[in-house]
Structure formats: C-alpha cells, structure tokens
Design a protein around this ligand. Structure first.
Ligand code: SAM
Length: 298
C-alpha cells in the first residue's frame, strides 16, 4: 500500500513478554541477528537499529516479544500494578497494553479488559492468546456502563484508560498527506474541531468514570494525540473531582524531560512525547489516591 512506508530512520523497539521469556534470553536470541540494547528508561524494552526487520522473526510470531514503541510501553509501566491486584483496562483492543499489564503482574491477580467494538474484541483475544496470559478476562461492552459499585469492579485497584483519540501523534497521522485524497472532512481528518470536541467529551467522561471506582488507587490516562484539548484540558476538567475523591497527580518517569503544557496546575507531573524528537506523540497522566477524600461526606 502507498502508506506502508518502511521506517528506516527510527530505532525499533520490542518489549519482551516476560510471561514467556526473560529479558536476558531474548537479548541473546535477538543478538544472533541484530545489535541489541536495553532501553535506559523502560524495563523489559529493547532497542534495535533502525530498519531491523522483525515481522517474520520467530520471537514475534510466538509472542515472546511484542513490537511496541517506547511511549506506548511507558503507559502500563506508569500504572505499575501490583501482581495480586485486580486491574481494569478500560478501552483495551488490540490489547498491547493489556498483555503488558498481565506481564507486569507476573500472570497473577486479574486483568479485566473492556472493549466496545466487536471486531476489535477479536483482535484483543488474539493478542491475549499470543501472550500466553491466563489472568485476563475480556468484557465486551461500554466502559461507561460498568457500574463501579458492582463486583468485581468494586475491587479494582488500578485502571488504565487509553481511550479512542485523534491519533494525531502517530506516524500515520504525520504521513497523512501521502494518503489517497478522501472526500472533504472524511477519514484521516485529525484536526477537525468537531471531531476533536466529540473525542474530548468522551475522554473527559471516561476519565471521570475511572476516578469514581471505590477501591481504585492508581489511574493512568493516556493518548497518542498531541492536542491539548485531548490531553491537558481533559486532565484539567477532572481535577476538582479527582481532589474530592482523594487523588493527586503524580509524576510517571520523573527522569523524562518532556512534560505537560503549562496550561494546568501540576503540568510538570504530566508526560508528553514529541512526534518528531521521540518519533511518537504520546501523553500520560497518573492519578494516585493517598486518602479516601471526602467521598464519605457526600
Ligand atoms: N490500549 C490499546 C492498546 O494499547 O492496544 C489501544 C486502545 S485504542 C486507543 C481505544 C479503544 O477503545 C478502541 O479499541 C475502541 O474501540 C475502544 N473504545 C472506544 N470507546 C469505548 C467505550 N466506551 N468502552 C470501551 N471501549 C471503547
């Protein structure tokens, strides 16, 4: 296809699926063909030279390693769930971050993977099968319809919310001008105000919902968008609710230099990656509950 352009300038990242293989073994295997380094920031992430062709590699085909970018691999790592926890992946297909969560939990505890779109549920199940994880339960439904008070959701300790977004930080968005032209306002329109406002309305609702689960201690909100309206503005809109429920923003990957736009308090806690400098534009916010807030007063 026209837009299947080989990426020859960026390093290749692969995440070792520690449910199936340890990092040292993966390094030894990959070193037979490629120069391999461990990433300096994200555990279990390996860096290979630009242009390394891994598609047919046996470690990819059997799910021992997953092709996953650095920014994308930061998301589940920022949530840092404990192995015995119950964790909810709110918008989960195709499941890269779901199986990353399962690996971080060493296959223990439980991951509930919610996904609205039926076709994408199939992809999610395929990713889970490939990962070998046995602690993931798929829920085909709308995250907004999950009742936080219902078991098992009432026991969920961490939520990863990676909702539908404009994708404006991804390579496909930046190669947009190479796509066959579409009718005005159709497809691949990453910036239409109406579309962005719709997405942001859902993102705000979903983040507020995530912050309302009674036992949740950690919530990560992430997008692969560079738009303030889908990132800092969404965080800003939930800050009063977050505070009243006892949540504060914390700083994922404090060593990382690129932080949120200074349009919201605690912007330095937020994490951004830059589509040009870091090859992908991602956004990550981490909410941590230190107290039960004033929920009991309601
Ligand atoms: N976290 C995934 C990964 O790393 O593989 C990518 C998630 S993708 C950005 C967002 C997903 O949310 C899509 O598959 C979409 O169908 C799903 N989605 C959108 N609205 C939803 C809703 N209300 N409830 C559950 N899933 C939803």
């Amino acid at each position: 296809a026209l837009y299947d352009i080989p990426d020859i300038s960026n390093p290749r990242y692969v995440r070792v699926n520690t449910l199936k293989m340890d990092v040292e073994t993966a390094v030894l295997e990959l070193q037979k063909q490629f120069k391999v380094q461990k990433d300096d920031l994200v555990p279990d992430l390996l860096v290979l030279p630009p242009g390394s062709d891994l598609h047919d590699h046996h470690l990819i085909k059997n799910g021992n390693v997953f092709m996953q970018g650095k920014a994308s691999s930061m998301v589940a790592a920022a949530l840092a769930p404990k192995p015995e926890w119950e964790v909810l992946d709110a918008c989960s297909a195709p499941g890269n971050k779901t199986v990353h969560l399962a690996a971080l939990m060493r296959g223990k505890g439980k991951v509930i993977a919610c996904e609205l779109n039926e076709e994408r549920v199939k992809r999610l199940k395929e990713t889970i099968r490939l990962s070998g994880a046995s602690n993931i339960k798929v829920v085909h439904g709308d995250f907004l319809d999950l009742n936080p008070e219902d078991p098992p959701y009432s026991k969920v300790r961490a939520i990863l919310l990676d909702p539908s977004c404009s994708g404006s930080g991804t390579a496909s968005a930046r190669l947009d001008h190479l796509l066959p032209s579409s009718a005005p306002g159709q497809a691949a329109d990453f910036t239409s105000t109406e579309r962005l406002n719709k997405l942001a309305a859902f993102q705000r609702k979903a983040l507020a919902h995530a912050l309302s689960f009674p036992d949740v201690e950690r919530v990560v909100y992430s997008t692969c968008s560079v738009n303030q309206v889908e990132n800092e503005d969404v965080v800003k809109s939930v800050l009063p609710l977050a505070a009243s429920n006892g949540f504060q923003l914390e700083t994922p990957f404090p060593e990382w230099h690129r932080r949120g736009l200074p349009v919201v308090e605690s912007a330095e806690c937020l994490l951004r990656t830059d589509p040009k400098e870091d090859k992908e534009g991602f956004f990550i916010a981490l909410f941590v509950r230190r107290s039960s807030g004033n929920q009991s007063e309601k």
